[in-house]
Write a protein that binds this ligand. Structure first.
Ligand SMILES: Nc1ncnc2c1ncn2[C@@H]1O[C@H](COP(=O)(O)OP(=O)(O)OP(=O)(O)O)[C@@H](O)[C@H]1O
Length: 468
C-alpha cells in the first residue's frame, strides 16, 4: 500500500543522494531517520519503470542523479473519497462534530507548528472554549489517509496517544484536530541535550513508549513507525505517540506484508516481507540504543548498506561505551534487537523487564536507596575502569543539570538516582527471579549468546547514517 502523502506523482525519481547528503555529517544524522521505506520502494519502482523506457540507464544511476524530495499530491490510481463514508462515519459519532461543518466556523487558525512530507500541522484555537489544538490536514485519495483517521479514532483516549478531538472533511482533504503537544518532539529534546540519557531517564522514556505500544498491540494496531520523531511531548513532559500514517490493524497470528517504516528503525523481517506487531519492539529497541549511546545501531553509506546492517551486523554490547551501561540494560536491548522474531520479547515483557522495573517502580527505588545506605551498592560494583566510569558520570551529571529534567515522565530526576551499574545488576538479577514467571523467564531471561562485533561504521562520526 502506498502512502501517497509522503511522495509525489510529479517527480518520479527524486535525488536520493542530495536528499540523504543533507542529513550527513551532522549529529542529527546519528539518530534521525527521515526517509520512509515506502518513499524508497516507490521511487525504486518508478525509476525502474523509467529505466526500462530509457535503455542503458539503471534506476540506481537515476536515483543518484535527479532532483529533490517530492511534494505531496493525489494519486491518479485511487478515486478520491473511496471508502470514505464508512470510515469517516464513525469518527463523526465519536467526535460529535458534523463533517459538513466547516473547520473555520469552529476554530481560528494559527501558526504552522510542524511539517510532515504531506504538508503541515498548524495551531488552531477553539472559538468556543479558547483552547488550543494542533490541526493536521491530510489530502484525500490514499487509503492510508483514511486508515490514519480511522486508527487514530480507534486508539484515541489513551493517555499515551495524541487525542483526536474532531475531524472535518472537505472535498480535497481532512482536517484532524488533535490535542496539542506543546513540549515538541522527543528527537528535538535529544538534540538539545546532546549527550546520551542516563539509564534512569532512558528507562522512564522507554516505559512510557512501551505502555503505548502495548496498548496499540492490545487494540490490534501495529504502528510501524516508532521513532523519536513521532514521539511528542506535552508541556508536562508526558509522552504521546503520534503519526499513525503507517499504522495497520492486525489480528492475532496475522502477518503483515509490504515495506513500511523508517529505514534506520525498520525491523529485519520487514525487509524480508512478512512481519507482525513485533516490528514495533525492534524499532523501540533502536530508540533505546539511541537513548543510551546517542547513535543509531545500524548505519551505512546508502540505504542498501543500512538494510544490510539491519539484516547482518552483530552488535557488541561488551566493549566501548557499553561497558558503562548496566548489564540489565544491555540484556533488554539485546532481547528487543534480536532478529529471531519468536525470541524477541513482547511489549508486556519489556514492561516487566528487571531494568524497567528497577528504574520505574517506587518499591524498588526504596529498596535501592536502602541498599545504598547500607553500603550494599559498593560491594557490587562492576570492575569498570575508573576513567570510563568517571566519563559516564560526567556525561550523566551534565545531562541532568543542563536539561533541568524536561522529560519529567513518571519520575523525578534526582542525582542520587543516577546509574550505579553494580547495584542495578545485583538488584535486577534478584528482581528477575521474583517478578518474572517461569514460562516467561525462559523466553525473557534465558541466556542469549553474546552479541558480537559492532559495525565499524558506527564508530566513525563522519559516516553516521548517511542514508537518511
Ligand atoms: N498533536 C500535535 N501537537 C504538536 N505538534 C504536532 C502534533 N502532531 C504533529 N505535530 C508536529 O507536526 C509534525 C508532523 O506531524 P506528523 O508526524 O503527524 O506528520 P507526517 O507527515 O505523518 O510526518 P512524517 O513525514 O514524519 O511521516 C510533527 O513532527 C510535529 O512536529
Amino acid at each position: 500500500m502506498r502512502k501517497k502523502r509522503k511522495g509525489s506523482d510529479t517527480d518520479p525519481c527524486p535525488n536520493l543522494t542530495n536528499f540523504l547528503s543533507s542529513t550527513h555529517n551532522s549529529r542529527s544524522s546519528a539518530i534521525t531517520s527521515h526517509y520512509s521505506l515506502e518513499d524508497y520502494t516507490r521511487l525504486k519502482k518508478r525509476c525502474k519503470e523509467d529505466a526500462n523506457e530509457e535503455s542503458g540507464v539503471s534506476y540506481k544511476s537515476r536515483l543518484a542523479g535527479i532532483a529533490t524530495a517530492p511534494p505531496c499530491g493525489i494519486s491518479s490510481l485511487v478515486t478520491p473519497g473511496r471508502g470514505l463514508k464508512r470510515k469517516i462515519g464513525c469518527i463523526d459519532v465519536a467526535t460529535q462534530m458534523g463533517r459538513k461543518n466547516k473547520i473555520e466556523n469552529d476554530y481560528a487558525s494559527g501558526d504552522t507548528i510542524g511539517h510532515g512530507k504531506f504538508g503541515s500541522v498548524w495551531l488552531c484555537r477553539s472559538k468556543v472554549s479558547g483552547a488550543e489544538f494542533a490541526c493536521k490536514t491530510l489530502k484525500k485519495g490514499e487509503e492510508t489517509v483514511h486508515r490514519e483517521v480511522e486508527i487514530m479514532q480507534h486508539l484515541s483516549g489513551h493517555p499515551g496517544v495524541v487525542t483526536l478531538q474532531a475531524v472535518y472533511e472537505e472535498t480535497e482533504c481532512f482536517h484532524l484536530v488533535m490535542e496539542l503537544c506543546s513540549g515538541g518532539r522527543l528527537i528535538d529534546k535529544m538534540f538539545e541535550e546532546g549527550d546520551p540519557c542516563s539509564e534512569h531517564r532512558a528507562a522512564n522514556i522507554l516505559k512510557e513508549v512501551m505502555l503505548v505500544v502495548k496498548y496499540c498491540h492490545d487494540m490490534g494496531v501495529v504502528h510501524r513507525d516508532i521513532k523519536p520523531e513521532n514521539i511528542l511531548l506535552t508541556t508536562a513532559g508526558k509522552i504521546k505517540l503520534a503519526d499513525f500514517g503507517l499504522a495497520m490493524r492486525i489480528s492475532n497470528g496475522q502477518n503483515l506484508t509490504g515495506l513500511a517504516g523508517s529505514p534506520a528503525y525498520v525491523a529485519p523481517e520487514v525487509l524480508l516481507g512478512k512481519y507482525s506487531e513485533k516490528v514495533d519492539i525492534w524499532s523501540a529497541g533502536v530508540l533505546l540504543h539511541v537513548l543510551l549511546v546517542g547513535r543509531l545501531p545500524f548505519q551505512g553509506d546508502s540505504l542498501e548498506a543500512v538494510f544490510e546492517a539491519i539484516k547482518n551486523v552483530e552488535l557488541n554490547f561488551h566493549t566501548g561505551i557499553w561497558q558503562l551501561i548496566s548489564k540489565p540494560a544491555r540484556d533488554l536491548i539485546g532481547r528487543m534487537l534480536t532478529r529471531d522474531v519468536s525470541a524477541r520479547i513482547t511489549a508486556d515483557e519489556v514492561l516487566r523487564h528487571p531494568w524497567i522495573l528497577f528504574y520505574t517502580e517506587r518499591t524498588l527505588k526504596t529498596l535501592k536507596s536502602k541498599m545504598k545506605n547500607q553500603g550494599g551498592g559498593h560491594s557490587q560494583q562492576l570492575a569498570i575502569a575508573p576513567k570510563l566510569k568517571s566519563d559516564r558520570n560526567r556525561i550523566e551529571n551534565r545531562s541532568l543539570s543542563e536539561s533541568s529534567c524536561p522529560l519529567s515522565l513518571s519520575d523525578s530526576c534526582e542525582p542520587e538516582d543516577q546509574d550505579d551499574c553494580g547495584l542495578v545488576d545485583a538488584l535486577a538479577t534478584a528482581i528477575s527471579h521474583v517478578r518474572i514467571s517461569e514460562p516467561k523467564r525462559s523466553r525473557v531471561c534465558g541466556p542469549t549468546g553474546p552479541i558480537e562485533q559492532q559495525c565499524s561504521s558506527n564508530m566513525k562520526a563522519n559516516n553516521l547514517c548517511k542514508a537518511f
